[in-house]
Design a protein around this ligand. Sequence first.
Ligand code: PMP
Length: 388
Amino acid sequence: MTTATELYARALGLIPGGVNSPVRAMKAMGLGAPIFAARGDGAYLEDVDGHRYLDWVLSWGPLIFGHADPETVEAVVAAARRGTTFGTATEAEVELAAEIVDAVPSVEMVRLVSSGTEAAMTALRLARAATGREPFVRFRGGYHGHADPFLSEAGSGVRTLGIEAGGEGRVVDFNDLDGVERAIDGAACVFVEPVAGNMGVVPPAPGFLEGLRRLCDESGALLVFDEVITGFRVARGGAQERYRVLPDLTVLGKIVGGGLPLAAFGGRADLMERLAPAGDVYQAGTLSGNPLATAAGLSVVRRLTSDVYDELERKGERLDRGLTPFGRFERVGAMATLFVDDYPAVFRHLLERGIYLAPSQNEAMFLSTAHGDEEIDRTIQAVADFFA
Ligand code: PMP
């Protein structure tokens, strides 16, 4: 018996399904224990039994410089020595807010929170308060965290597990502008992942994001981009920089926290000033703007120069060339999905060869600067071997 199977057996009696987030489970891949991580470095993850995996999951997106990036670790350790939480304002929060406002084209003011779920939930609350409207439009297969309004027909683990949850909002197909036009009347906002990443990667059709902007302007709805995945990933300024369409509100997470629990939402100053204590829309958090998380976020975001994105794009193109022959390969910048008929079989084939893809085709594979040509080529070869 391996340590992982032992831990999993124990976990099943202590933690529902043995995991603290359903996407970690291997059930949909026909396997038992999830990977029990012991340590990571760069593009590699090592489990409790000493297996080493080339990691394309990267904690679901935050680790753009790979695992245990020395500068991030250094920054977090230094911050921890000064205190792990204060529950009052800090300089690093102001610095990180300034970095976000500088990077993300539409964001004039920002608030830091601890998870994408919180950020999305509050962005919706704010859009409703600002417009005085309750309904909103969102997309089938999108994911905005696990707050009640977003769960029906959602992507990510909801879709992988086939869970039918309640939810709110008028749900439309991604890239279906006509559908949005029919649904938008009286809506507070259109809530969208500008590049869908939770039903596998689906790029926006040409004109789709521009069309959303126009329909929102015509109807008085706010446009909310959920850039939890795309922010600092498809460009420094996220999808709104890459596609040059500016939303009213933006939800951020993952990379902005450098691998610690931090997320954010921001946008037009007149909207953001509706938040308490400046305004009357309540939102709060004991650990919001946590000093360890802001230290990690700052150390990462400050190094995201155009060179980083050029490098990731070049690596992405290498993946395109290698994987396109084997299925539908969708990629935008440093996020990608290989859509194949029998994904679980491909997943297991790769895992046996020490390559860890997300245990669901509804998720993206994430490139980091730590993924070199060797890692890319080894992955392509393993996929080729499967199909040979
Ligand atoms: N929005 C998007 C687009 C996401 O991908 C996720 C999580 N994968 C969330 C929101 C929720 O973020 P969190 O898991 O930090 O609550």
